[in-house]
Design a protein around this ligand. Sequence first.
Ligand SMILES: Nc1ncnc2c1ncn2[C@@H]1O[C@H](COP(=O)(O)OP(=O)(O)O)[C@@H](O)[C@H]1O
Ligand SMILES: [Mg+2]
Length: 151
Amino acid sequence: MERTLIIIKPDGVQRGLIGEIIARFERSGLRLAAMKFMQITPALAARHYAVHEGKRFYEGLIQYITSAPVVVMAWEGLNAIQLARKLMGKTNPLDADAGSIRGDFGVSIGRNLVHGSDGPETAAFELGLFFAPEEFVTWERCTDAWIFEEN
Ligand SMILES: Nc1ncnc2c1ncn2[C@@H]1O[C@H](COP(=O)(O)OP(=O)(O)O)[C@@H](O)[C@H]1O
Ligand SMILES: [Mg+2]
């Protein structure tokens, strides 16, 4: 089982797509482990996007992600990280498949609606930035055995 950090970015919230985006993760079979509605401070944004510091789009990215409220979630399940990236689609909505969040709702790379961790180390780091350990809810769904095959 893996956990991944998903953020509905300011454009997703402003466009009224919170429900639409959450529905896609919920329908996928992944299980919600934590969720909050907040506005990201510049300091937190700098830590979250530290790997992009110095890139041409960095200043605009920090401005964008801190500009308005976001929904931050932890989703868990088998291969949650890779599965979430697939639900999101490629970074540039132009390259994102139809049926993915970015492919269905995005137009610009700088307004691509969602964030999702890109690997296990990144996920652990990012989850720790946004959630305290006690904010993760440990629970079982009555459907889990029908969704997560035990190997
Ligand atoms: N060329 C770009 N122009 C504007 N914004 C960009 C560009 N590349 C990346 N971004 C923004 O920075 C975020 C982080 O980039 P990256 O980690 O490469 O993509 P992803 O979000 O798919 O993991 C992207 O989701 C997007 O919001
Ligand atoms: Mg990334």
